[in-house]
Design a binder for this molecule. Structure first.
Ligand code: MIC
Ligand code: SF4
Length: 659
């Protein structure tokens, strides 16, 4: 049977289940990626599994998120991560080496490999032809230990690219176009696979911009073929040996297919405050802008930033604009320095930030209240920048650079008429500067066994889950709306320093909805828990979209939440809920959502029994006096995990996964 690229890779890695669309399969994972904001928990969970050394081909731990280092917590985490990497046979990319996805693309990713990362933008390396999936840290810890990763065999959407991008139109505009078509909703269980003659016109970093922001579609991953452009990229990184050609078979099956003609695209922007709120830049009107930032794992490759430098060359950013730029990796920064592009950027007035996530995760550079910030990033969820009423636009580096010069949201094609500027065509470097001195390679086993793990008092082993109650006596702690992101559930920014301390971080669950700023959700939850009752979260569509942070399940679990009822729940978050023994359920009749209020008492008499065997649970709303049904869309394995009290307790009862 002819296979698309996704199924070719899945078939090679299949270890459990039948490779049929919609059924649960277990696959072997070749490479894992963790970063410091999710990694400390992942490593603590890995340690609690009692496995000495990772069993993957390569596992890399990156330090790139928590770099602000206000207080001792971040540094303590960095030291712990370095020491556990030495102990467990993990590569360790030190702070300053760059953003995990950019560095992984440059130095480790390879076509046809499977990669699991505790970060939702892990699919970035789909740009090289790897099948790369974002997951919670616990799933990644299991994969590091040689366990299988379970997923639903996906539907594959074919995105056919024809034509060629015009000057001033960028890879970012392609993914913004796709987001405008598919939106952030309704793509759970799908993979976006790119094909067609337009693919060859895109370099690997351009493809990676597209697969990176594919995360915002809510798909399992996105993937490109591996072709001559892939070989050239790997050769530039001194890794030609990792090259393997990979294309879909002729007549391969796609669930559905649509075409994007690259020649017809124009510069696009995602308007506040959702990545799918897409419009042509030229139709947005005269929008005054006070901040421009270029960087993040979406748009921080050498070519992106060298293009920006060429646009700004000999000019100064607009007096009203604060302009900052973060190179994606130390390699990119060094190459910008080598070609003189860095000097052009400095001269233009750019604030050069370190190679890290920085403002993308609210670690500084929060815009002024209500002020427009134009960024080359992938997410503009409300408040993510650190400013509650933020107005963040997502654009290409070209559009961002044009905007930095004019002080208004500007279609970069206008630079031709304003400055008589020709589009600067920057070629991908034939040979990148390869210097892996900030990547510590695994120690040999005997030496690793002697390595000491450094764990400060602020690093607290996460609590285990509990088996479900036979009879659920619930209280609705919150009823939230549609598109609740994991940034709403667990804030990042200045709260990131609590990532390795669940009891402390749990105080900030749903922080953005705590009008009094006094941890009121956590207090409500703990009061219900000490009254011997169970917390319930009620939500609308696409609950848990965005990041892979498992703290959005782990911290609610710590506060006694046992059930989430939503109109729909996003893939990674649903898996995290199951892993931490919180039952994810969806309304059988979405209209019941409107009949529930915060504070309602809900009871499910046969809760544990239904979890074992039923497709639905019956819930009584004692406060409003009506009964309703919820769907339990769970596999047999997921039910067993919930009944065991979460993935860790479940794993302890297992004879060990086959590889
Ligand atoms: C993000 O972009 O939101 C993050 C921070 O990279 C997260 C991971 C995290 O919360 O640590 C992600 O995308 O998964
Ligand atoms: Fe870092 Fe932002 Fe990329 Fe997340 S999306 S990995 S915070 S740069």
């Amino acid at each position: 049977m002819p296979d698309n690229i996704t199924y070719k890779i899945l078939r090679r890695h299949l270890r459990e289940g039948k490779l049929e669309c919609g059924s649960e399969i277990g696959i072997r994972i070749d490479q894992t990626l963790t970063q410091d904001a999710t990694g400390t928990t992942a490593m603590l969970l890995f340690e609690s599994m009692g496995i000495e050394r990772v069993k993957t081909d390569i596992s890399v731990s990156y330090v790139d998120h928590n770099m602000a280092m206000f207080g001792p917590e971040n540094h303590d985490d960095h030291l712990y991560l370095q020491s556990i990497a030495r102990r467990a046979g993990i590569h360790h990319s030190r702070p300053g080496n760059g953003i995990c996805h950019q560095v992984h693309l440059e130095r480790f990713a390879r076509p046809a490999a499977t990669q699991l990362g505790s970060d939702s933008h892990t699919p970035t390396t789909g740009g090289i032809g790897a099948l790369s999936i974002g997951a919670g840290g616990l799933d990644v810890a299991v994969a590091m230990g040689g366990g299988l990763f379970y997923l639903t065999a996906p539907k594959v959407i074919g995105i056919q690219l024809t034509g060629k991008l015009n000057d001033w139109v960028a890879a970012k505009d392609i993914i913004l176009k796709v987001l405008g078509i598919l939106t952030t909703k309704g793509n759970v269980g799908c993979v976006a696979e790119y094909l067609g003659e337009g693919v060859a016109s895109l370099s690997v970093p351009q493809r990676a911009t597209i697969t990176n922001m594919g995360a915002e579609l809510g798909v399992t991953t996105s993937i490109f073929p591996s072709d001559e452009r892939t070989r050239v990229f790997l050769a530039s990184q001194d890794r030609e040996a990792d090259y393997e050609p990979l294309t879909a078979d002729p007549d391969a099956h796609y669930e559905h297919m649509f075409t994007i003609n690259l020649s017809e695209l124009e510069p696009l922007a995602a308007l506040p405050s959702s990545p799918d709120h897409v419009k042509p830049v030229g139709s947005c009107g005269q929008i005054p802008v006070h901040q421009v930032i270029i960087g993040s794992c979406t748009n921080s490759s050498y070519r992106d930033l060298a293009t920006v430098a060429a646009i700004l060359k000999g000019r100064t950013v607009h007096p009203q604009v604060e302009f900052a730029l973060a190179p994606g990796s130390r390699q990119v920064l060094e190459m910008l320095a080598g070609t003189g592009a860095l000097s052009e950027l400095i001269r233009s007035g750019a604030r050069i930030l370190e190679s890290a996530c920085g403002p993308c995760i609210g670690q500084g550079q929060s815009p002024g209240s209500g002020k427009v910030s134009v960024r080359s990033f992938n997410r503009n969820f409300p408040g993510r920048s650190g400013t509650p009423d933020d107005q963040v636009y997502l654009v290409s580096p070209e559009t961002a650079a044009a905007t930095a010069l004019t002080g208004r949201l500007t279609d970069p094609r206008r630079l031709a008429e304003i400055y008589q500027m020709a589009y600067p065509r920057i070629a991908e470097p034939a040979a990148a500067i390869v210097d892996d001195r900030l990547i510590e390679t695994p120690l040999p086993p005997e030496e690793a066994a002697r390595a000491q793990v450094i764990r400060s008092a602020s690093i607290v082993t996460p609590p285990a889950g509990e088996a479900p109650p036979a009879h659920l006596k619930g209280n609705v702690l919150i009823r939230c709306g549609d598109k609740i992101t994991t940034d709403h559930i667990m804030p990042a920014g200045s709260f990131l320093k609590y990532r390795s301390n669940v009891p402390e971080y749990a105080k900030y669950v749903f922080h953005c909805f705590n009008e009094d700023g006094q941890n009121s959700f956590a207090k409500r939850a703990l009061a219900i828990r000490s009254a011997g009752r169970h917390g319930v979260i009620v939500a609308g569509d696409s609950y848990g979209q965005g990041s892979s942070r498992e703290h959005a399940a782990l911290c609610p679990m710590y506060l006694g939440i046992r059930l989430v009822i939503a109109k729909s729940i996003e893939r990674i978050h649903k898996a995290n809920l199951v892993n931490f023994a919180i039952t994810p359920a969806t309304f059988a009749d979405p209209a019941d959502y409107d009949r529930i209020e915060q504070g309602d008492r809900l009871e499910a008499a046969d809760f544990a029994k239904d979890l074992k065997e039923a497709d639905r649970i019956r819930v009584k709303n004692l406060t409003q006096g009506f009964e309703f049904e919820c769907n339990l869309d769970l596999t047999t394995r997921e039910r067993a995990i919930l009944l065991a009290g979460g993935r860790l307790l479940y794993a302890r009862g297992q004879p060990g996964h086959r590889r």
